[in-house]
Design a protein around this ligand. Structure first.
Ligand SMILES: NC(=O)c1ccc[n+]([C@@H]2O[C@H](COP(=O)([O-])OP(=O)(O)OC[C@H]3O[C@@H](n4cnc5c(N)ncnc54)[C@H](OP(=O)(O)O)[C@@H]3O)[C@@H](O)[C@H]2O)c1
Length: 114
């Protein structure tokens, strides 16, 4: 697939599925922005990806509307948006042990954010 001139935002691109997708998109010639909340994670991902000139990182928590608005104001035109963002901290526990806030965070990152 020819992805030259294609700019792709991957929220969650600092690890796991999003990082694998970022690698594949860069290999195909796309420009990629990986976004997440943790600068150290984004920097580590940047260090292990090829084509640094085609790669940018962006800090944003997609469960926070103002951060999403600021992100889009910064990065401009895009061809594709992918979100693999998932904050499941504390959500995979026995039912009596799950805090409602942990469940809400999962939904915010995996549903409302995208
Ligand atoms: N891995 C698999 O084999 C697999 C298989 C099937 C489905 N999935 C699904 O694919 C999704 C991703 O899985 P994964 O294994 O790639 O998980 P992961 O490695 O934990 O990656 C999730 C990414 O989301 C970012 N993130 C979390 N909350 C965020 C928020 N509020 N705003 C912005 N970024 C946020 C995290 O970075 P920060 O903490 O820096 O923000 C992290 O880089 C999940 O929904 C998972 O259920 C995964």
């Amino acid at each position: 697939m020819d992805m030259d001139e294609t700019k792709i935002l991957i929220v969650g691109g600092g690890s796991g599925m999003g990082l694998a997708l970022a690698r594949r998109c860069l290999d195909e010639g796309a420009g990629v922005i990986i976004a997440g909340r943790n600068a150290a994670r984004l920097n580590a991902a940047r260090d292990e990806l090829d084509r640094p000139a085609a790669l940018a990182t962006a800090m944003a928590d997609i469960s926070r509307e103002a951060e999403v608005a600021a992100l889009f104001a910064r990065i401009g035109r895009l061809e594709h948006i992918v979100s693999t963002a998932a904050d499941i901290e504390g959500a995979y526990r026995l039912l009596p042990e799950i805090e409602l806030s942990a469940a809400q965070t999962v939904v915010a990152s995996k549903f409302y954010g995208p």
